[in-house]
Design a protein around this ligand. Structure first.
Ligand code: SF4
Length: 459
């Protein structure tokens, strides 16, 4: 039944079943997960996804706020939504995610054409707004719940994100996440196991466990449900059909021995650990409030190398944090030389509004110095990653086929258990685990051909 009032406000309002949506996602894996939940929720309301924004009745953004540049990129997209809303006022524009949470009601002051804004902990409110008779724009910014309870529309049938916790109790000086995603809260293990068993029954072979601080999972659970992260990994490993387990993002302070041993003992737990370093200098780590020092970090690396010698290690590094001297930076390069990462995400420090580091005025590193250091860092990281990748040449590795190669449609693309991308010739189908003989390795990707002997053997 059409609502007469709404008909006045939105003349061509129709029941959601006939409505279309377009969703643009910015930022991290947690946002990718949240977007899959948003899509699942909207489609359970009868919405259908369209490929082009100008075809959509509902224009949605799931935003990131980790760096100023992310904001600027998003605001450019919002400009197009404004134009489309101008062309058809019945269109609904919605903004979710961390930027929305960091701005709260100011979203409507700066962008009055936005109809609904919600934080990462408020995705269900979007459904409430869309099915309500609300006449005015609505904002929802309380940290209420896990989006992990919502239906899901997965990007790939054989891979699934599983949100095991939300929020972060740390206070890294450069990070906005604690203020946009709230305090750490762990999902009950029983609920997680039901979800993961459901995913396995649905054909998912690889699950990625998600949390801002994934390896501090379980600290806040009540005594009767007390479960450590290592214990949770073992529970997931026991689920029939789950062949691979990954997780992101861990914190070095919580990389305990039981988690490292799990990588050596659990069949499905992949030989890859992402261990953010940020800086190789203890005074800078202190200024960043990272709660570990250089020695503790290298001690964790040694523990990983002891229990899982072949484990791939990747990291995050920030260059040019206020106060970083040439000596501090040299210590970061030295850790990269020592560890020999298989890959790294490298960032030039940029002050983030609302963080402690944005208030620092002393010891700021000039932009050209930051860029020069970034170039030296990338050189070291890529050279060491190339050297490390040579250990795969001549080996036959298990690869989860993801689709056709991005660079050569006649080849396939997939990932090893070490999370290395592989382009290869073969007969594998997306979602299949195949054995690939590696004949070449660069810092980023491996190359090879599927072992047809192994395929024959598996048949
Ligand atoms: S651990 Fe630090 S960098 Fe990571 S989400 Fe928490 S506050 Fe941010």
């Amino acid at each position: 039944m059409r609502n007469p009032l709404r008909a006045a406000i939105r003349p061509n309002f129709q029941h959601p079943a006939m409505k279309s949506y377009h969703l643009t996602t910015f930022g991290c894996q947690m946002n990718e997960h949240d977007s899959e939940r948003m899509k699942g929720m909207l489609e359970s309301l009868g919405y259908r996804e369209v490929a082009a924004r100008d075809e959509a009745d509902l224009i949605l953004f799931n935003t990131c706020s980790i760096r100023e540049s992310a904001d600027n990129r998003f605001v450019a997209h919002l400009g197009e939504a404004k134009r489309l809303k101008g062309e058809d006022p019945a269109r609904i524009v919605g903004v979710g995610g961390c930027w929305s949470q960091s701005m709260k009601e100011r979203v409507f002051e700066r962008f009055p054409f936005v109809d609904v804004a919600f934080g990462p902990g408020q995705i269900p409110k979007l459904a409430e707004f869309l099915t309500s008779d609300s006449l005015t724009a609505q904002g929802y910014f309380e940290f209420e719940g896990f989006s992990g309870h919502l239906p899901m529309k997965r990007a790939r049938e054989f891979q699934g994100w599983v949100q095991i916790s939300v929020g972060c109790n740390c206070n890294c000086a450069y990070c906005i996440v604690p203020s946009t995603r709230g305090r750490e809260a762990s999902r009950p293990p029983g609920e997680l196991m039901i979800e993961i068993e459901g995913l396995a029954a649905d054909g998912v072979r690889e699950v990625t466990l998600l949390g801002q601080n994934v390896n501090s999972y379980g600290r806040d659970l009540p005594p009767e449900e007390k479960t450590t992260f290592a214990h949770l990994l073992a529970m997931v490993d026991a689920v029939e059909g789950i062949d691979r387990i990954r997780y992101t993002s861990p914190h070095p302070k919580d990389m305990r021995e039981d988690v490292v041993r799990a990588h050596a003992e659990l069949d499905a737990l992949c030989e890859h650990i992402h261990l953010p370093l940020q800086s190789g200098s203890t005074p800078i780590l202190k200024a960043m409030r990272r709660t570990y020092d250089r020695e503790r970090y290298l001690d964790r690396v040694a523990l990983i190398r002891e229990h899982v010698p072949d484990c791939a290690l990747t990291t995050d590094i920030i260059v040019g944090f206020p106060g970083e001297s040439e000596e501090d930076f040299r210590l970061t390069l030295d850790v990269c030389e020592q560890v020999g990462y298989d890959g790294a995400f490298t960032f030039v420090f940029s002050p983030r509004r609302g963080t402690e580091a944005a208030l620092i005025t002393e010891g700021l590193v000039p932009h050209e110095v930051k860029i020069e250091r970034m170039q030296r860092l990338v050189e070291v990281v890529q050279r060491r990653a190339h050297e490390r990748a040579q250990r795969f040449v001549g080996r036959t590795l298990e690869v989860l086929v993801e689709g056709t190669s991005r660079t050569d449609p006649s080849r396939l693309r997939g990932r090893t258990r070490h999370n290395k991308a592989v382009n290869f010739t073969g007969l594998g189908q997306p979602g299949e685990l195949v054995m690939v003989e590696i004949d070449r390795a660069s810092s980023q990707t491996l190359s090879g051909s599927e072992s047809l002997l192994a395929r024959a053997g598996a048949a």
